[in-house]
Design a protein around this ligand. Structure first.
Ligand code: ATP
Ligand code: MG
Length: 332
């Protein structure tokens, strides 16, 4: 049995995590949940949106799954997600982008994986004002961080039978920082000659992903490009409601949908829980509960192939609950 920290989160978080939990339980997963609340609502009680006991729970259990959390704007708080990633050293953000058969979207045969560096770049939080005149944000890129993220990408490619790793960068302009990323990627590629390697400038990547997404396999990149291109890629296959994610480090892993808290649609029982459910599939595989993960994958595939019970973001009329019940009925 695995004990997993469950963070419901803000906005649509509680709705999609509760759907995820029902589906995971219906599949017979051997999991005990330890619910830990984080997010805007914890401010009054604990004076911080990310109380220490939440981090302690993840450190104890080593694995967590979360809904999106909102960081209070303009109160001097650092992003909860960024804080979590940095305090647990979750240096990989893994986002598989795959088309569902039958689901109407821009493309039908996308199957790529974004490997986003998760601890530095413009997310390092090194910012200062230049008086009233301006402000400066530092883009921090270090060799050890480049090395471990590219190594992860190659390992992932080998373990998952993927053929190619593409490094995405802007080394033509940021010759030192992105140059270091690219050179390190080339070094790591030299040691992994059984996997094909190439590189792509980020602006060209944006265009090529829209023109020919099926050409890409594993794509590894610094933090900010990963943020932007993973939203772009979600749009290729049906939107943010679909794409799962995992934050992985040496010791801990935190699974979460790529989307945010979507406050405009929260509390209405209309959010698409697929992204969160697919995050749970990644988690179950990570925990070695593969059979259970595959049951859920197959159930989702059936629901989309049938194409009748779909949430609004995918052109359907089903509520979160109706969609969830449908997925569960396909598991049984
Ligand atoms: P945050 O500030 O927390 O990122 P946001 O308003 O940017 O919140 P996102 O979750 O990033 O919200 O999503 C942007 C839009 O995409 C939402 O307003 C919503 O329309 C759509 N969306 C995102 N996730 C889902 C989902 N799970 N189901 C349906 N629609 C979604
Ligand atoms: Mg957002």
């Amino acid at each position: 049995m695995s004990i997993v920290t469950l963070i419901p989160g803000d906005g649509i978080g509680p709705e999609v995590t509760s759907a995820m939990r029902k589906v995971v339980e219906a599949a017979g997963a051997d999991i005990q949940w330890e619910v830990a609340e984080a997010g805007a609502a914890q401010m009054d009680k604990y004076g911080t949106p990310l109380p220490q006991h939440v981090i302690d729970s993840i450190k104890k259990n080593k694995v967590a799954i979360k809904g999106p959390v909102t960081t209070p704007v303009g109160k001097g708080f650092r992003s909860i997600n960024v804080q979590l990633r940095q305090s647990l050293d979750l240096y990989v953000n893994l986002r598989p982008v795959k088309s569902f058969k039958g689901l109407k979207s821009r493309y039908e045969d996308v199957d790529l994986v974004i490997v986003r560096e998760n601890t530095e770049d413009l997310y390092a939080g090194i910012e200062h004002k230049i008086g009233d005149y301006g402000a400066e944000s530092i883009k921090l890129i270090t060799k050890p961080a480049c090395k471990r993220i590219v190594e992860f990408a190659f390992d992932y490619a080998k373990k998952n039978n993927r053929k190619k790793v593409t490094a995405v960068h802007k080394a033509n302009i940021m010759k030192l920082s992105d140059g270091l990323f690219l050179n390190t990627a080339r070094e790591v590629a030299e040691e992994n000659k059984n996997v094909e390697f190439d590189d792509l400038i980020v602006d060209a990547a944006a265009m090529n992903l829209v023109l020919n997404p099926e050409k890409y396999d594993v794509m590894v990149m610094p933090n900010l490009y990963g943020d932007i291109l993973s939203d772009l890629c979600s749009g290729l296959v049906g939107g943010l409601g679909i794409i799962p994610g995992a934050n992985i480090g040496k010791d801990y892993a935190v699974f979460e949908a790529v989307h945010g808290s979507a406050p405009q649609i929260s509390g209405q029982n209309i959010a698409n829980p697929t992204a969160e459910i697919q995050s749970a599939v990644m988690m179950l595989k990570y925990l070695g509960q593969t059979e259970c993960a595959e049951k859920i994958e197959n159930a989702l595939a059936k629901v989309f192939e049938e194409g009748i019970v779909l949430t609004q973001d995918l052109g359907g009329t089903a509520t979160t609950t109706e969609f969830t019940d449908k997925v569960i009925s396909e598991i049984k």
